[in-house]
Design a binder for this molecule. Structure first.
Ligand code: SAM
Length: 279
């Protein structure tokens, strides 16, 4: 394995610091630094950006980000056992790595970041979707981040990029694609990780649009989409019952047949329906 920096290989780091992987923290580590550098490159030019990394663990992706020229990395890690290993990385890149110990769902990372910000993370699976939803639903748009380059279980990645008519299409696809471009840039087999998870993973690249693709009130759109997909096999005139007394007219006004099912309806029509329903 070609070295991307002068630091010891990750297997040695893990052995030296006793970082046996904990399942409860979603710890599946990437030990191939060429692979972590490749993930860092998928995030585009990092030289002018602060990078927020959630869950650096022993520092494989962190080292990839720094070797690929990130201006600064802010890494938020819950497992205090990883901090000494990360301190060694920080020492090798003076002034470019800040580590915050804590739960990424609770710490205020924003206070430590200077725009432009890119988020790059091999996410702990137990908090990955929750973080994505938070990053996609800020109080104001555009959000604090320019792009999200995130590792997910492959099945979750497919739900994020799904198109109408597919089984994976639903709330997550609509929530992300309403205000961002999303694509899968890399697929990784279980063996890429130590220990290997049961399923494959994929890296999704999400780039924030300056404004939503179609106008709609975020709360109304979220409510309509949630109701529609909660009973995805039902016709919309049934799954959305109760939203408005003249629901069928409103569906038709948005160009939607009342007998259609949620998974047949594209983003633009959902936005038109949300606008027609108002607050
Ligand atoms: N980035 C490393 C890599 O690619 O090898 C580790 C990735 S591992 C899938 C997930 C990491 O997230 C672990 O280091 C774990 O301790 C950390 N983690 C789990 N839950 C967390 C949370 N709520 N906040 C911050 N870090 C968390």
């Amino acid at each position: 394995m070609a070295a991307i920096d002068g630091l010891p290989p990750l297997r040695e780091v893990i052995a030296a610091h006793g970082l046996a992987a904990k399942k409860s923290l979603g710890q599946n580590f990437l030990l191939d630094l060429n692979l972590t550098a490749k993930i860092a490159r998928a995030a585009g030019d990092l030289s002018g950006a602060d990078v927020l990394e959630v869950g650096p663990g022993p520092g494989g992706l962190t080292r990839g980000l720094l070797a690929e020229g990130a201006r600064r990395v802010l890494a938020v890690e819950k497992d205090s056992r990883c901090l000494p290993a990360l301190a060694e990385v920080a020492a090798a890149y003076p002034g470019r790595l800040e580590v915050l110990e804590g739960d990424a769902l609770a710490v205020d990372a924003l206070a430590h970041l200077t725009p432009p910000v890119k988020v790059v993370a091999n996410l702990p699976y137990n908090v990955g979707t929750e973080l994505l939803i938070r990053w996609m639903t800020p109080a104001v748009w555009p959000p604090f981040w320019q792009s999200l380059t995130l590792m997910f279980q492959k099945e979750v990645a497919e739900r994020i990029v799904a198109r109408p008519g597919s089984k994976a299409y639903g709330r997550l696809a609509l929530m992300v694609q309403w205000r961002a471009d999303a694509r899968i840039v890399m697929t990784l087999p279980p063996e890429a990780f130590t220990p290997p998870p049961k399923i494959s993973s994929a890296v999704v690249q999400i780039v924030a649009l300056p404004a939503p693709r179609h106008p709609a009130d975020p709360a109304v759109l979220e409510r309509v989409v949630a109701m529609a997909f909660n009973q995805r096999r039902k016709m919309l005139r049934a799954s959305l019952k109760g939203l408005a007394p003249d629901l069928e007219d409103r569906l038709r006004a948005a160009g939607i047949e009342p007998t259609a099912r949620a998974e047949e309806i594209g983003l633009e029509a959902f936005c038109a329906l949300a606008r027609g329903l108002g607050r």
